[in-house]
Design a protein around this ligand. Structure first.
Ligand code: FES
Length: 289
């Protein structure tokens, strides 16, 4: 009898042949220990890379969120701190640090808003697949033994909470509008130093903030939940040309969701670094116009 093939989904969602399943291996496959596998390729490289990048991002963004300093430079505002609901900034919506802020917790405007974009990423369908492998080894990779026998799934507590993703999507779209406004404000400089920010111009920071909005939009508008909302839940799209068009656009972005997820993650961190280093005087913002 010919040995059956082992087919797996790769990181790009494509089906790949990973090996041949021999009859004598079937028992072994069921009792595989953590990390045990028949695979000959470097299956550990992708989860290790995902772990390293996500961990670096978590460490940096947590550090940046607690700084409460150097999050703005002239008309530029770091996306980690936007919107500044309360804070010592001309971007602040409601004034300085609120009286109700607990005294035991160092104040930072970022702590008020970062849980929302963080929740959006944490519950994203793509990231779930990536960090379940990289952080929980559940499983570490396709056809590789995992450190537990039971299958939790997402239908039961605690992972059933991941279904909140759709609601984080609504909030993420709100944040996109705010970041788009920040990018627009990035075109208005205060040449006279009177705090009016009425002089049109383009700096490198303007471009950094605009690219940030573009990448985050490509990531958000390719969301699986959004695809379901705009067309996936409908049996027939042919009678609704606008819905059909929207569905096509979201589907195209969704096909590259992983790429947008990583690009937007890199760039949002870089945007914060750019504003921070300009504010600290380490980088100089070059005015193009
Ligand atoms: S599935 Fe990734 S953002 Fe919604």
């Amino acid at each position: 009898m010919q040995a059956p093939d082992i087919w797996c989904l790769n990181q790009h969602g494509e089906i790949e042949l990973r090996g041949l399943l021999m009859a004598q291996d079937i028992q072994g496959l069921r009792q595989r220990r953590w990390g045990e596998t028949l695979r000959q390729d470097n299956w550990w490289a992708a989860p290790l890379l995902v772990f390293s990048i996500l961990m670096s991002f978590i460490v940096y963004s947590t550090w940046a969120a607690f700084q409460n300093a150097h999050y703005e430079y002239q008309n530029y505002l770091s996306p980690f701190y936007s919107p500044v609901l309360w804070g010592d900034s001309h971007h602040s919506w409601f004034g300085a640090q609120p009286a109700w802020w607990p005294s035991w917790l160092p104040f930072s405007p970022a702590l008020l808003i970062l849980p929302f974009p963080a929740g959006f990423r944490l519950t994203c369908y793509y990231y779930r697949g990536a960090y379940y492998k990289a952080f929980w080894a559940d499983p570490p990779a396709c056809a590789v033994g995992e450190p537990r026998k039971g299958y939790l799934g997402e239908r039961y507590f605690p992972l059933v909470i991941q279904n909140i993703h759709r609601y984080f999507l609504y909030i993420a779209m709100l944040f996109l509008m705010i970041l788009a406004r920040d990018a627009y404000l990035g075109f208005w400089f205060d040449n006279d130093g009177d705090g009016s920010f009425s002089n049109f111009g383009i700096g490198v920071g303007t471009i950094v903030l605009c690219v940030n909005v573009l990448l985050l939009s490509s990531y958000t508008f390719g969301c699986h939940s959004l695809r379901h909302l705009v067309g996936g839940a409908w049996n027939k799209l042919s009678g609704s040309p606008i819905r059909s068009k929207c569905y096509g656009c979201v589907t195209r972005l969704n096909g590259q969701h992983m790429r947008w997820a990583w690009l937007s993650l890199f760039w949002v961190a870089f945007s914060d670094i750019y504003v921070r280093l300009c504010s600290m005087g380490i980088w100089h913002d070059f005015r193009i116009l």
